[in-house]
Design a protein around this ligand. Structure first.
Ligand SMILES: [Zn+2]
Length: 316
């Protein structure tokens, strides 16, 4: 029997944790579902990635209100993916901040990405009808932006391409706490359908240089010790490097996408097959890796139709 498309068969609700990393930093995590970061400054709250719908964001707001009554002034988008950002309207923030590259990707492919993601993973879009449309940044930056939430310094850093062209991490230099978005995953398979495989490991090295003592990944539990942070960075880097090496080796021997997919899925499964969404991500990841290794330096746009055609050809 063929596998159900993407994560359409994944219906199991996850348990939410709201983990305190410092007086100023919290992680809203859910057993491998997309995470949200929270930074509480002297005078304002920043939310990093919003959850997929306004109704789902209400649960983040409920948790925030258990620890502070300061206004939620800032929403930061770590990147453009729908599942991260379409709940933004719930927060009523004064500013929605993203890199200029992320803004450009929303212009170029935001609408197609939204339709594609909702069909891939319906459970992650609870009350999808409450989404008012695409989330548009109100403030963009290139490279680096610093906000002072009172005495708390908050840096938004674009350290290189990886999960997407526009990846932004949030760094609290005084406390050495990092919110990585999907550049780092923990116990969850990195989605690389819109990735830059050759750049991603180098970008991770730049995160390592910061020597975070705690890290909130895109998916998976908050990493609360330097050793766990190193494990998260190393695991993501090895997955990306090994997948790309396997795909390049297959391409070099003239194999087609289908054969390369089956080889790579089997080769990585013993080490990574227990990570959540492995079977969901692999067809997208291998397709993108072969594109990058051959004739498409930039990720091609996924549409709902292209998603289904790809899945049918690899898993049908
Ligand atoms: Zn993403």
């Amino acid at each position: 029997m063929s596998k159900a498309f993407a994560s359409q068969a994944d219906l199991q609700e996850k348990k939410v944790s709201f983990t305190r990393l410092s007086d100023n930093a919290y992680a809203y995590t859910a057993e491998g579902d997309p995470n949200t970061g929270v930074v509480i400054g002297d005078d304002a709250v920043m939310v990093i990635d919003t959850q997929a719908t306004p109704v789902m964001a209400q649960d983040v707001i409920r948790r925030i209100r258990e620890v502070t009554d300061k206004p939620i002034k800032y929403v930061v988008m770590s990147h453009y993916h729908a599942v991260r950002v379409l709940g933004a309207s719930a927060y009523g923030a004064q500013q929605v901040i993203a890199s200029q590259d992320t803004y450009d990707l929303i212009v170029e492919r935001g609408a197609q990405d939204m339709k594609s993601e909702i069909e891939r993973f319906p459970r992650l879009f609870r009350s999808v009808e409450t989404i008012p449309g695409l989330t548009w940044p109100t403030l963009t930056f290139t490279g680096k932006m610093t906000l002072w939430l009172g005495k708390l310094e908050v840096q938004l850093l674009q350290l290189g391409r990886g999960h997407t062209k526009g990846d932004t991490v949030v760094w609290l230099p005084q406390q050495k706490i990092l919110f990585s978005g999907d550049l780092v995953e923990y116990g969850a398979t990195p989605y690389a359908g819109d990735a830059y495989f050759q750049d991603w490991p180098t970008t991770l090295d730049k995160l390592s240089v910061l020597q975070p003592v705690a890290l909130v990944p895109g998916r998976g539990d908050a990493l609360t010790t330097p050793q766990l942070v190193r494990d998260g960075l190393a695991g993501t880097k090895s997955f990306i490097s090994e997948l790309y090496a396997s795909v390049k080796a297959g391409a070099a021997t003239g194999k087609n996408l289908n054969a390369i997919y089956k080889d790579t899925h089997a080769a990585l499964k013993p080490k990574y097959g227990q990570w959540v969404i492995y079977d969901h991500c692999m067809p997208f990841d291998v397709t993108r890796a072969l594109d990058e290794a051959t004739q498409h330096p930039d990720p091609r746009i996924w549409t709902a139709e292209r998603d289904k055609a790809m899945w049918e050809s690899l898993e049908g």
